[in-house]
Design a binder for this molecule. Structure first.
Ligand code: HEM
Length: 432
């Protein structure tokens, strides 16, 4: 886990870490990708112990690379470590001054936004109301994979996974099936922002100076933000007018935007403005698309790499589907997923071995040889054996102890983890 310290004048001594030269050290870190930081951290852990201070950004960041210390910080002392630091210049712009769930300080705005998402969108009944949409997206995905493979060239599956996840989350967000161009526009603006966050990091250093030195990059940032608003605001407004014309209701489907239009910010005693609606919708779209598509890609890659895993999945699917005929045989239905423990183990193993969220650095925990035998091997069976031993299903929330944390842990744990598990199990089963 990473704890970001805010600057205070009276600061207690920081945990040990490598020596640094102000600014220069941070700039040398900025040039590195997250995957380059990991092996460096392993070496630093051996030298300085499990709690290390690094000057990765403008502020010192403390890395906790130990599962029981992470549990103490995130779960036992959750109230102390659930705040987020004040946003730096770039993320202030990205998050509309911290008006979204992941960046909001631990307080009433965060609580209101998070409770709205969990109770209005991630509640089991609401999740169920989108099951026909998941079936439609599966069809879209399979059709695209089939037609792409007809060309005879190799198929970049990740592009199709991304598109499928955007179709799904865009529907949940705006309550309707948009045409391919509209979905692609949303995908384009959201991915452009996601992929350029690294490039914009440098703008956080002395904004008055970087505004002059890197003026082109600042312009690029404002252009991307404008693109995002240009694509999302018409979709939000369209939903608003549907809702108004139906006097309070948007039809059978309740979309994420519908729930946000009525929401009141308790501290500021007002509704969300257009820019804030864009930020919160963008968070929903990006939190659930890239992460899930990346996990799906790793899981499918391992299913292909290990034929015995694939074979066992096929057998489990056959067992659940029985000798049904015609259409019912074609699809693994959502209700059937609960009867597929091996499928769940494959998904968990994918998340343990290849957690999509890198900067929370959960894998230093998920790969701990004291917890996991042969931690770098892809062995879904380990979850079945563990469940048999403990007599209870594996707890991915880490509430009692942390063994892996692909969704984080504690009060800031990913609220979408059940939905993500459903998406992964449903698509993996049906692709197999
Ligand atoms: C495989 C898929 C996913 C993975 C691996 C993932 C992972 C994570 C992680 C590691 C965090 C940070 C937790 C922390 O700060 O300790 C997080 C936060 C969050 N995730 Fe996810 N996530 C996934 C899917 C989703 C989905 C489907 C949604 C919603 C539709 C979602 C919404 C959020 C939100 C709103 C937060 C911020 C929570 C807060 O700060 O209170 N995520 N996620």
């Amino acid at each position: 886990i990473v704890i970001n310290l805010t600057t205070t004048t009276h600061r207690p001594p920081l945990p040990p870490g490598p020596p640094h030269i102000p600014i220069l050290t941070s700039i040398s870190w900025i040039a590195k990708s997250f995957s380059q930081i990991e092996p460096i951290l392993v070496g630093l852990r051996a030298k300085y112990g499990p709690i290390i201070t690094l000057r990765i950004t403008v502020r010192p960041a403390i890395f906790v690379a130990d599962r029981s210390l992470a549990h103490q910080a995130l779960v036992q002392k959750g109230a102390v470590f659930s705040d987020r630091p004040p946003a730096l210049a770039v993320s202030r712009i990205f998050t509309c001054n911290q008006h979204n769930i992941n960046s909001a300080p631990y307080g009433s705005t965060w609580r209101t936004l998070r409770r709205n998402l969990t109770s209005e969108m991630l509640h089991p009944n609401r999740v169920k109301s989108f099951s026909s949409v998941r079936r439609w997206v599966l069809q879209v995905l399979v059709n695209r994979l089939k037609s792409d493979s007809e060309s005879g060239n190799s198929v970049r599956v990740i592009d199709h996974f991304h598109y499928a996840m955007f179709c799904l989350l865009v529907f949940m967000c705006f309550g309707e099936k948009l045409d391919e161009k509209q979905v692609k526009d949303v995908e384009r603006v959201e991915r452009a922002l996601l992929l350029s966050t690294n490039r914009f990091n440098v703008l956080n250093f002395w904004p008055p100076i970087t505004r002059i030195l890197f003026w082109k990059r600042w312009q690029e940032l404002f252009r991307l933000m404008k693109d995002q608003s240009d694509v999302l605001i018409p979709l939000i407004r369209a939903r608003k007018s549907i809702k108004e014309s139906r006097s309070g209701g948007g039809g059978d489907i309740v979309s994420y935007v519908d729930t946000l239009l009525d929401l009141e910010l308790p501290e500021e005693k007002r509704k969300l403005n257009d820019e804030e609606l864009v930020t919160v919708c963008a968070e929903f779209l990006s939190a659930g698309t890239d992460t899930t598509a990346t996990a799906l890609q790793w899981i499918m890659a391992n299913v292909v790499k290990y034929p015995h895993v694939q074979q066992r999945l096929v057998e489990e699917i056959r067992e659940v589907k029985g000798d049904g005929d015609g259409e019912s045989r074609e699809e693994v239905k959502e209700e059937e997923l609960q009867r597929m423990p091996y499928l769940k183990a494959v998904v968990l193993e994918g998340l343990r071995r290849h957690p999509p969220g890198h900067f929370v650095l959960p894998h230093t925990i998920g790969w701990d040889p004291e917890v996991w035998e042969d931690p770098m091997e892809f062995k879904p069976e380990r979850f079945l054996e563990k469940e048999k031993e403990d007599g209870v299903p594996f707890d991915i929330t880490g509430s009692k102890e942390i063994k892996m944390m692909p969704f984080g842990a504690g009060r800031r744990i990913c609220p979408g983890f059940n939905l993500a598990m459903l998406h992964l199990e449903y698509f993996v089963a049906n692709l197999v």
